[in-house]
Write a protein that binds this ligand. Structure first.
Ligand code: DP6
Length: 365
């Protein structure tokens, strides 16, 4: 093929029922279904250029291109400058590009990629930057290869089910959910028997305008990747019991979303978050994502719900110290103000439920 360039953005998501524990970690195949809410403002934007090896001035050997060697992965810093991405992230991007190249077959033969990405929020702080980043990478890469990633399959597009599978092949399971907007479920099993579970929409963003106010208590990268958390989860004495509880929680979460009932959703979501961290802390060896500020925020959220204040605020955390506070859109201003006043909170992101990936004309390079 001749070279193409494409830019896509994709949203982060917050898990309401968590993916924690895999039956095949290398392929990011989960032990249990998970449900998430797609975010609006927290997004990654990624430009991918597919350079046919024969066309490029900086020729690389075809064999190298096959293995993805020499692929450039850039990250846009806070000052707007593009710089080589940290090796841990760049390595995951190259691995994902290899998977996408394998899927694309002939279309990607002898192609080498150049990638640049930026996040609208602090990366690697348990805010699902890998979910948004790899979903955006799947969309931009397939578009750069000449596919129509966001188009309807009936009209030759890839469609969200295939995109979900392609995003999952990054190794980030939560990326499988970031290819869709609104409220999303990622099943553990594939009804078609291909062992390729694909996320599907439970309801679009327009169904229920929930807000998510994120209280930042730690903006640096987390020290333990989710991958280690998944691997260690079955060593916790609480893990099996959680798996047994999950069918009830999943049903309760689906019903609460259907009924737009935050008083029903909130308790399940908090239970889920506390339990993920209980399992992490009781894994062998233990994994601690919480910081003292996490507890301060959790206490403040309970106080917001108490009589006298009476806000509908419910907390959840992914594998990090920062706390997402779900609340009705009309209460988000007051919740953000109260969270911002806490000593441990360095910043607040006012987000809400949002739409899925999009393609853009303005490239990062
Ligand atoms: C706690 O394996 O998807 O966020 O690759 O870092 O994105 P990353 O993690 P992944 O695990 C996500 C774990 C979680 C819960 C969830 O999103 O369901």
């Amino acid at each position: 093929m001749s070279g193409g360039k494409a830019t896509a953005s994709a949203p982060a998501n917050i898990a309401l029922v968590k993916y924690w524990g895999a039956r095949d970690l290398a392929r990011a195949l989960p032990l249990a279904p998970s449900i998430s809410m797609t975010l609006d403002r927290c997004r990654s934007r990624t430009t991918v250029e597919a350079v046919a090896v024969g066309d490029t001035v900086e020729r690389v050997a075809a064999g190298d291109a096959e293995a993805g060697a020499g692929e450039e992965v850039l990250l846009r810093g806070p000052g707007g400058e593009l710089a080589p991405a940290p090796e841990r992230f760049a390595g995951r991007v190259r691995g994902h590009l290899d998977e996408l190249r394998r899927w694309a077959g002939e279309r990607a033969a002898g192609v080498r990629f150049r990638v640049a990405t930026e996040n609208s929020f602090p990366a690697s702080a348990g805010l699902a930057s890998s979910a948004s980043g790899f979903a955006a990478l799947a969309v931009a890469t397939t578009a750069a290869l000449g596919c129509d990633p966001l188009g309807d399959p009936a009209a030759g597009g890839l469609g969200s089910a295939l995109l979900s599978s392609l995003a999952r092949r990054s190794g980030s399971g939560s990326a499988a959910r970031s290819v869709l907007g609104g409220y999303v479920e990622w099943p553990a099993e594939d009804a078609g028997g291909d062992d390729d579970p694909r996320a599907a929409a439970l309801a679009p963003a327009s169904h229920w305008a929930l807000a998510d106010v994120v209280a930042l208590v730690e903006e640096g990268p987390k020290t333990v990747p989710s991958l280690d958390g998944h691997r260690l989860a079955p060593t916790s004495p609480h893990f099996e019991r959680r798996l047994a509880e999950l069918p009830r929680r999943l049903e309760e979460t689906r019903a609460a979303i259907r009924a737009r009932d935050l008083d029903r959703l909130g308790p399940v979501v908090e239970e889920e978050a506390i339990e993920l961290h209980l399992i992490a802390m009781s894994s062998r060896p233990p994994v601690f994502y919480w910081r003292p500020g996490t507890l301060e925020v959790l206490e403040a959220v309970r106080a917001m719900r108490a009589g006298g204040v009476g806000l509908g605020a419910w907390a959840t955390m992914d594998a990090g110290a920062n706390v997402h506070v779900l609340c009705p859109a009309a209460e988000a201003g007051e919740v953000a103000e109260r969270l911002g006043r806490l000593a441990a909170v360095s910043g607040v992101i006012r987000d809400r439920v949002g739409d899925g990936p999009a393609l853009h004309d303005d490239h990062l390079f």
